[in-house]
Write a protein that binds this ligand. Structure first.
Ligand code: A3P
Length: 288
């Protein structure tokens, strides 16, 4: 398959054809969100699969059945992916979904509903590294080229779901009020029980410390790596080759330090800082 053949373009955003279609985007556009829906919003490689593990457990009080019996893509489907139409009728209530959509492409019903959003932000340098390896292992994605070339593509937004800076700016500047909660991947790595407590309170769940602890154990990197319903081992090797790079690769903050040269870092920081404008000062981590 030629690389052009692997992606489709939807409102200026690239998405893999393997999992998306123009029909699936139309389905998302016309999708009716309910007031008690919960949506995890993440730019790709910011911890989406992690949220697919976390959300059902927070919403059902720690019952492990969904994470042990339903593959992540059907358990907490992507709003924009083909699978949603297949599984939507089987989702338990309250429904949990994830999306990579920028704010301005959310369905009209989202704005009139009371659906809640947890927006997870990750250091863009670690996103880039994670994405670089993901492009090497996933057959349905373009070859990333060299690390240097991939940095340029990322900065130009010629990557899945466009520019990271646009995603962050759009979701930081919403009129959602207390319907949106912001958290970082780094906070989750540093203290998962505290992050889960914050999410559970936001969702009005009021879970005991014991339940939070149990959920944290089952959502740890180590446990998820062995969960066949979440580590993509159900996907044939021709599509995702974990020998090239496992999907659950390192699960840490700061791996970028092992990949960026000082020149690459300077260029990356300059562009990101310029594009974010005032928003750069409110970031939870230093861009340098
Ligand atoms: P790395 O490649 O840096 O390891 P997404 O699900 O949005 O594609 O993001 C994938 C990234 O989230 C990968 O990062 C993956 O390892 C990380 N991740 C998934 N589950 C995690 C967990 N339980 N703890 C820490 N990181 C996790």
């Amino acid at each position: 398959m030629s690389s052009e053949g692997k992606y489709l373009l939807y409102n200026g955003l690239l998405a893999p054809k393997e999992t998306h279609s123009l029909e699936s985007f139309k389905f998302a556009e016309e999708f009716t969100l309910k007031d008690d829906d919960v949506i995890g919003v993440l730019y790709p490689k910011s911890g989406t699969i992690w949220m697919q593990e976390i959300l059902p457990l927070l919403l059902n009080g720690g019952d492990l059945t969904p994470i042990q019996t339903i593959p992540n893509w059907d358990r907490v489907p992507w709003l924009e992916e083909k699978r949603l139409a297949e599984v939507v009728d089987q989702l338990p209530s309250p429904r949990a979904m994830v999306t990579h959509f920028p704010y301005h492409l959310m369905p009209a019903s989202f704005h009139t509903s009371k659906a809640k959003v947890i927006y997870v932000m990750r250091n863009p340098k670690d996103i880039l590294v994670s994405s670089f390896y993901f492009h090497q292992m996933a057959e349905f994605l373009e070859d990333p080229g060299t690390f240097d070339e991939f940095i340029e593509k990322f900065l130009e937004g010629k990557v899945l779901f466009g520019k990271w800076t646009d995603h962050v700016k759009g979701w930081k500047d919403t009129d959602l009020g207390d319907r949106i909660m912001y958290i970082t991947y780094e906070e989750m790595v540093q203290d998962l029980p505290a992050a889960l407590k914050r999410m559970s309170d936001f969702l009005g769940r009021n879970l005991s410390d014991e339940t939070i602890q149990k959920i944290a154990e089952h959502c740890s990197f180590k446990t998820m790596k062995t969960n066949t319903m979440s580590n993509f081992s159900l996907v044939p090797k021709v599509y995702m080759d974990s020998d090239k790079s496992p999907f659950l690769r390192k699960g840490i903050a700061g791996d970028w330090k092992n990949h960026f040269s000082s020149e690459q870092l300077a260029r990356f920081t300059l562009v990101i800082r310029k594009e974010l404008g005032n928003e750069s000062s409110s970031l939870p981590w230093s861009l340098d």
